[in-house]
Design a protein around this ligand. Structure first.
Ligand code: CP3
Length: 352
């Protein structure tokens, strides 16, 4: 299974990192959100023997799963195998994955907010940092490792609501009922995630990504007050590290004017907003990442090519595009469709 794909990659700075800087690239780089996960038979095989939390807590196994997709496919980046809730477990929050995260004692009061401990990454989540070191050491040449964290508002949603939800009603009512406590919680999470991401960079992560999966729950005013505030505080602390910063907002179509204010290198766009529209709002100073609908991988092969080409066309001919899905890949996806996707992007964009 493990092919040596490094021979196919050009020498010099990895293509993915060049695209993050909006520098010229020999082809459009591609990676896939949730690429280390359940659509891969080798992941399911391992998961039949080891439960999810144990996987995230074993540096060796987490590094192995991180590398599974880049050993199978000529992807242009690896993303650390972990979960956005893993650092919160490290801070002492009791939770289970069923398979989404379920928090045993949701945070509902100002007193609980003030009692939340801070995160010392090397003490609280050493296995994550060791996984970063191992994955970095084992990644094929030219395949950078992306470290990640949940954005403060998205973590807030799980902490306050206690479980995945469509409306996250408890989290949203907390914003209105206890706005100052909500801001304090967001700020604490921002400080913790800044420390967490800085530690990942120190351990070898070559780009850092914040997942704002629940941005779309908010109108622009609350988005700015809570979510953007948290993202800005997290990212500001990382600016001096010299690694590209990526911010992905799911459901962010009406929030792009606000997102344009964030000091990031790359903005991840979901499938609902054409990349050309995002480009006009975000301006020329940010690279874009995205945004094929994860459902498109279920199209017939010729149709899939057509949908991929449409995304490339929306992205335009200029530099600063990283191909990805608009949200995480679905577990039912055919692994062969992923192979076809990557080849199509590379072939179609190869600079002659
Ligand atoms: O390949 C990768 O992207 C790296 C690994 C990764 C996981 N979770 C592994 C995982 C990443 C980057 C995440 C981020 C994550 N986790 C997000 C943000 C991205 C997004 O999809 O919006 C969110 C919201 C979570 C919370 C979470 N964890 C949910 C909702 C679930 C269950 C449903 C689902 O989408 O899988 C999880 C569990 C989880 N995290 C699994 C994996 C591979 C499945 C666990 C299993 O193997 O049973």
């Amino acid at each position: 299974m493990a092919r040596d794909l490094s021979v196919e990659r050009p020498p010099g700075e990895p293509v993915f990192l060049r695209a993050c800087r909006r520098a010229p690239v020999p082809y459009t780089p591609v990676w896939i959100m949730r690429q280390a996960g359940r659509y891969l038979p080798e992941y399911r095989e391992l998961r039949s023997k080891v439960d999810f939390v144990a996987l995230t807590r074993s540096a060796e196994l987490a590094a192995q799963v991180t590398l599974q997709p880049v050993q199978r496919y000529p992807l242009d980046a690896a993303i650390l195998f972990s979960d956005i809730m893993t650092p919160l477990q490290g801070m002492g929050i009791a939770l289970e994955f069923e398979p989404g995260p379920v928090v045993r004692e949701p945070i509902r009061t100002a007193a609980q907010v003030d009692a939340l401990p801070s995160l010392a990454p090397e003490r609280d989540v050493p296995f994550v940092l060791e996984a970063v070191r191992l994955a970095r050491a084992g990644a094929p040449r030219g395949v950078p490792l992306i470290g990640f964290a949940g954005a403060p508002f998205t973590l807030f949603c799980y902490l306050v609501c206690g479980r995945p939800s469509k409306e996250f009603a408890a989290a949203r009512t907390f914003l209105y009922a206890e706005p100052h406590a909500a801001e304090r919680l967001i700020d604490r999470l921002a400080a913790a995630m800044a420390a967490y991401l800085a530690a990942q960079a120190a351990a070898g992560a070559q780009a850092l990504m914040l997942f704002e999966s629940w941005a779309g729950l908010l109108g622009p005013r609350e988005y700015r007050r809570f979510a953007l505030r948290g993202a800005r505080r997290t990212l500001a602390a990382l600016r001096s590290l010299g690694v590209p910063l990526i911010y992905y907002a799911n459901g962010g179509a009406t929030l792009l004017e606000a997102i344009a204010e964030l000091d990031v290198d790359v903005v991840g766009i979901d499938w609902r907003t054409p990349l050309g529209v995002a480009r006009r709002i975000l301006g020329p100073g940010k690279a874009l990442q995205g945004n094929l609908d994860p459902a498109a991988l279920f199209a017939a092969p010729a149709e899939l090519e057509h949908h991929i080409d449409a995304v490339l066309e929306d992205a335009g001919p200029g530099p600063g595009h990283i191909f990805n899905l608009g949200h995480g890949i679905w577990p039912e996806t055919d692994p062969d469709a992923v192979a076809r996707l990557i080849d199509r992007v590379h072939q179609r964009t190869a600079r002659r």
